[in-house]
Write a protein that binds this ligand. Structure first.
Ligand code: ADP
Ligand code: MG
Length: 256
């Protein structure tokens, strides 16, 4: 059985950066191959990891959904829509040495997508079984998980910046997860971009107000900023980078 780790939180808090470092950690510990899933419509996990992505599931879904409506169908003669979809699906899986990657891409346009959605759901769930770990970079709404496009999550990591409002935002995500009965075994909070890597009392108080369980604090870091500005993959900062070390400690504390 694979273990699905979902990362969620408000935009700009460092979800994707954290995901990239977690994937790097699992690969370094020979826990791979890991399946990395970018489930944020604003996808950029591939940039953090330094991978090129040609096709997203969203683009493939559009193609399949509209294939039959076109004058010249892209489906080769004699191939069923189902087989065509299976074949196309493989195009969306990016294979690296230590991990594979899927990008969910944008949400759907208008039209009937039931067939494609059901198909993709089946394929992703089947694919995920081949991996020990699946790491999913989500948007705050956890859309793909709540709709069942992605398998059940085992661990939910809520990422917040070091602000009261950030903590309140992930508090809302935690309550939504409860209301939707998504039932992850573990829900933990990570506070990112903390000046000097420490939390002040106001933030600690807000964490308590929200009833969240803190697993680790990641410092604000210049090297990440520089890599980002230079367009370099931030997951590839040196192993002694403070952000990388903080994520490693969090993963160890979580038992990964
Ligand atoms: N600990 C950190 N120190 C410095 N910059 C960071 C840190 N974490 C994230 N960033 C930067 O903040 C921006 C947003 O991070 P990102 O991981 O893309 O957030 P999200 O996925 O939540 O939108 C990026 O430019 C990233 O490089
Ligand atoms: Mg992101």
């Amino acid at each position: 059985m694979s273990h699905l780790i979902a990362v969620a939180g408000k935009g700009g808090t460092g979800k994707t950066t954290t995901c990239g470092m977690m994937i790097d950690y699992l690969c370094q510990k020979n826990q791979g191959p890991v399946l990395a899933v970018d489930a944020d419509a604003n996808s950029n996990l591939n940039e953090v990891l330094g991978v090129k992505v040609e096709a997203t599931l969203g683009s493939i879904r559009e193609e399949i959904a509209h294939a039959e409506l076109q004058v010249k169908s892209p489906i080769p003669p004699g191939m069923s829509k189902q087989d065509y979809a299976n074949w196309k699906f493989n195009d969306a899986l990016v294979e690296e040495d230590d991990y594979d990657m899927l990008v969910m891409g944008r949400g759907q346009g208008t039209g009937c997508y039931c067939f494609v959605n059901d198909l993709l759901r089946g394929q992703i769930v089947k694919l995920a079984q081949n991996y020990k770990y699946v790491v999913v970079d989500n948007e705050a709404g956890l859309e793909h998980i709540s709709r069942g496009t992605l398998p059940h999550m085992d661990t939910l990591l809520l990422v917040s910046d070091c602000s009261r409002r950030g903590i309140q935002a992930v508090g809302r995500v935690a309550r939504m997860v409860e209301e939707m009965k998504l039932n992850p075994k573990t829900v933990k909070l990570i506070v990112n971009r903390a000046p000097g890597g420490v939390l002040n009392d106001g933030i600690k108080e807000e964490i308590a107000n929200q009833g969240l369980d803190l697993v680790g604090v990641i410092p604000q870091d210049e090297t990440i900023y520089e890599y980002d500005c230079d367009g370099k993959a931030t997951s590839q900062v040196p192993d002694d980078n403070p952000v990388k070390m903080a994520v490693r400690k969090i993963m160890e504390d979580l038992g990964f």
